[in-house]
Ligand binder design. Sequence first.
Ligand code: SF4
Length: 120
Amino acid sequence: MMKTITCTACPLGCEISVAMEDGKITDISGYTCHRGEAYARAEATDPRRTLTTTVRVQGGGSPLVPVKSQKPLPRGMLFDGMKEIKRAAVKAPVGIGDVIIKNILGTGIDIVATGRAESV
Ligand code: SF4
């Protein structure tokens, strides 16, 4: 099986071809630098994305505060991660970097605030 991956590690956007057999990489071509090779390897075998969304705030001046995962989560866990964040609520005040959900879905990765919510 051949996958084509567009490298997003820099604006050049190289198209990298990754050949795979039984879930293992057998060949990679099309990258210009080693960052791209590493990116394509990770994307082909363990694709991850940073989860960004908002969480409800109780007792704050605004009803929502923006949050993100401190590190990229496995792509297959993003939907369940969103559901868990949707169920959560945090009490104002909230500061940038505050941990909103610790160890989401047992990944060892925290969901942290990227904005502030003052209490009223
Ligand atoms: S392979 Fe290297 S040069 Fe090409 S897009 Fe990725 S980081 Fe940029």
